[in-house]
Design a protein around this ligand. Sequence first.
Ligand SMILES: Cc1ncc(COP(=O)(O)O)c(C=O)c1O
Length: 376
Amino acid sequence: MSDDASLLDRARAPKPMPKPGIMEIHAYVPGKASAEGVSDPVKLSANENILGSSEKAREAYLSAAGDLQMYPDSRTTLLRNAIAETFRLEPERLIFGCGSDEVFALLNQTFLEPGDNIVQGEYGFAAFAIGARACQAEVKYAREPDYRIDVDELLKQVDDRTRLVFLANPGNPTGTWIPFSEVLRLHAALPPSVVLVLDGAYSEFAGEPGFDDGLDFARTADNVVVTHTFSKLHGLAALRVGWGYAPAAIAAAVDRIRLPFNISIAGQLAAVAALADRDFQQRSIAHVDQWRSWLTQQLGGLGLEVVGPSATNFVLIGFPKTPGKTAGDADAFLSARGLLTRRVLNYGLPDHLRLTIGLEEHNRAVVDALAEFMKA
Ligand SMILES: Cc1ncc(COP(=O)(O)O)c(C=O)c1O
């Protein structure tokens, strides 16, 4: 065969094709970590813990260095027992994931067939939808009037192909929350075959009366999964440790498809130590409380809309549409000063920026910069 003929054959040969829908998925957009021309920017774009992480967790992490040749315990036993004891949960009902992101992906894979759907708020966390679309399921978005989850709107979207409802409470990127009485109303109106996933990634920052992460309720419900992460309050985002508390039957199903060694030993050890370090947790919560109120007040004083009140370690700030004063302009203005915030265009919020609560000097620098920006 001539070279030309074989080239033609190759061009005509069927190519490996991703399954339908994969190329229509918008990949997750992480918060930016660098700005052109700025050598040491302050990253306020990914809702990480600005106080770092527990000293004890760091020591535990380092203690894993001598055994890097070993596979981690596939059952995550140490951490499983520590969480079970701390929250008084049955160990066998816990699911572990490479971040709670993986717990969502596992739930999607466990329940969704092509043509099924998940329901979430219109500003719902992007990872829910990516995993559902990977299963060739549809994502149905419920309106969030005033940037807040509305139970009736969620229920309007539920149909006979709905398998999961995802609710981050408090939400990202809105920062808003709904009282647990509303979560109960949602649960009561859902068909029992639908799994209600309560994502509590930021729940520890929500101290308001009426808020509840749902762990207690989940003890006796057959279709509720509550998820948590070590990435936010505990400041262990780098180690990727998340967990879910599910009915035994769901935990057993998920266990069949998860990757065998999905939580590194360093992650397990650091998470156990972090869980025991109440002092670091309390300091983190107190820091967020103090500076969240301060930022909300100061930014409001500049004439900016602060969505909320926020019950998380970030605030969502609304900007005018006026040329020169838009969210995009503000983002560029702050970036040039080494202050990195998160644009939230991919959440359908082109006029907002999300700002992680920083250290005192960061928060003051943001407010000073935005005062200058608004005046200019
Ligand atoms: C609402 C929400 N849920 C879950 C997560 C996932 O966190 P991780 O995968 O780090 O546990 C995040 C991370 O930003 C989040 O904002």
